[in-house]
Design a protein around this ligand. Structure first.
Ligand SMILES: Cc1cc2nc3c(=O)[nH]c(=O)nc-3n(C[C@H](O)[C@H](O)[C@H](O)COP(=O)(O)OP(=O)(O)OC[C@H]3O[C@@H](n4cnc5c(N)ncnc54)[C@H](O)[C@@H]3O)c2cc1C
Length: 448
């Protein structure tokens, strides 16, 4: 084959492998590249897609695999817009997948960082109670964390809080020495490099717009690749995994899955602490989470580059990739408006939701929350910082989906596509454990 031009080979191979005679086929051969039917195509170059791709190619070095990503670089969305915390797994319900995968992911992550010289710091985390109600919840969190096997948790009494964070105050605290910080974009890039070194391919600027069965292959179950399509290209694949974060529901619908759970984008905005006040925050300082609300609450997070981020809040975004109030996407808004679950959610969280919006617009108001922990921070010390958008899965009843959701779809394509519809936070910390979990599922479902 290598001796002949691929264009000259096209009619011959079309006869030999009629299954490949499709638009993909033309594209591959007329462009001069070799036609490859991939054993597995992974849609989404965020940390979940890249970690799973790495795990799969390590398990099956002889299989042909590719990642397709719609942006011009990996990790452009949630993976590249988060707090950069390596979570220890304290909050999650004991026995849940979230708890198990986070604690396992924490250990795997630190091992991986050390082995690959990825800069990180184990700066710990202090969860600080501000009133008696929260003091009780500190004890509950200690019990939870212990049940989840979070290493070395310690209760810190009021007088000792300043030993962990000199300028911090509170009634009682929980200290987690294993919590750390890292740049998850770098970690994701490392996973992708490992994948490529083992023979995996990555296609950027490849936005998947649909999946079809290759026209002439219908009825031939053994050789009937799925055409993974974008606007101007397509890739033939035997099996597909989608890890599309903020667009995971759209990818699922493409193979006939139900619309629910829908992804509703919630922006998390950060404030930046001025350079002159950076010394005030040396560890992660978190509030005690309010069980009525889904997010952890505004916290102090030192970054690897020395910045201190304060946040994130949680406001409804008007675009799935809406990193500011000015980012509005009409299609995204119409889809949200048509989804009944969102109205139920807004009704349930109407007052706290409005408060979040007010604090987002008049951001010095958010400083009051921060002053409860470190009173020396004033509104003059903060300015607007970056933002991330959470892919919050929501069901038809307006309930926030807190667990992993996998889906397939219908027809001959459906049973060869696995959609990871919800990989809940802290999926960056858990990514290596999630990758093992998904890889087990792929091995079982697709008989790799
Ligand atoms: C504000 C915020 C703070 C967070 N803080 C932390 C933290 O401190 N620690 C932690 O562990 N976790 C944190 N998380 C959670 C964590 O960042 C995410 O759970 C994780 O990054 C999810 O990774 P992912 O690969 O599923 O999604 P993403 O990183 O969003 O990747 C999905 C990818 O799919 C691509 N894609 C989508 N549609 C298509 C298509 N049609 N074709 C091709 N490609 C497509 C996207 O471009 C994207 O690159 C935070 C999240 C947010 C938003």
């Amino acid at each position: 084959m290598s001796k002949m031009g691929t264009n000259a080979m096209a009619p011959l191979i079309r006869r030999i492998i009629p299954q490949l005679h499709c638009s993909c086929y033309h594209r591959y051969f007329s462009s001069g590249s070799q036609c490859t039917v991939y054993d597995l195509v992974i849609v989404g170059g965020g940390i979940v897609g890249c970690a799973t791709a790495r795990e799969m190619i390590m398990r099956h070095p002889n299989l042909k695999m590719a990642i397709v990503e719609k942006e011009n670089a990996l990790a452009k969305h949630q993976t590249g817009h988060n707090s950069g915390v390596v979570h220890a797994g304290i909050y999650y319900t004991p026995g849940s997948m979230k708890a198990k995968l986070c604690v396992e992911g924490l250990k795997l992550s630190y091992e991986y960082f050390c082995k690959n010289n990825i800069p990180h710091k184990k700066i710990g985390k202090l969860i600080v109670a501000q009133n008696q109600d929260q003091v009780k919840r500190i004890d509950d969190l200690f019990d939870r964390g212990t049940k989840n096997n979070v290493p070395d948790l310690q209760i810190v009494e009021k007088d000792c809080i300043s030993k962990y964070e000199p300028k911090c105050q509170g009634e009682k605290a929980l200290w987690s020495p294993w919590t750390g910080i890292v740049d998850w974009t770098i970690v994701c890039q490392h996973f992708a490099n490992d994948f490529q070194k083992m023979g995996g391919e990555i296609f950027l600027n490849f936005e998947v717009t649909g999946f079809t069965e290759m026209a002439e292959s219908k009825g031939q179950s053994e050789l009937s690749p799925i055409s993974v399509q974008s606007k101007n290209r397509c890739i033939p694949a035997k099996n597909v995994l989608t890890c599309a974060g903020l667009h995971s529901d759209r990818l699922a619908v493409m193979t006939g899955c139900d619309l629910s759970p829908r992804i509703i984008p919630f922006r998390g905005e950060y404030l930046l602490l001025s350079e002159s006040k950076r010394h005030l925050s040396t560890t992660n300082v978190y509030p005690v989470p309010d069980p009525r609300f889904p997010f952890l609450g505004v916290h102090f997070t030192p970054r690897m580059n020395g910045d201190i981020w304060l946040g994130p809040n949680a406001v409804l975004a008007f675009a799935r990739e809406g990193y500011t109030w000015f980012d509005v996407n009409i299609r995204d808004c119409i889809e949200m408006a048509k989804f009944p679950g969102l109205y139920k959610l807004c009704f349930r969280y109407f007052i706290p939701g409005c408060k979040e919006v007010i604090k987002s617009i008049f951001y010095p108001l958010a400083v009051k929350d921060l002053q409860k922990f470190i009173p020396e921070v004033t509104y003059k010390d903060v300015k607007r910082g970056p933002a991330g958008v959470r892919a919050q899965a929501l069901d038809k009843d307006g309930k926030l989906v807190d667990d992993f959701v996998f889906d397939s779809g219908t027809g001959t394509i459906g049973n060869r596509v696995l959609h990871c519809r919800n990989a809940p936070s802290p999926a960056a910390t858990s990514s290596m454990a999630i990758a093992k979990f998904i890889a087990d599922k792929l091995d079982a479902d697709f008989k790799f």
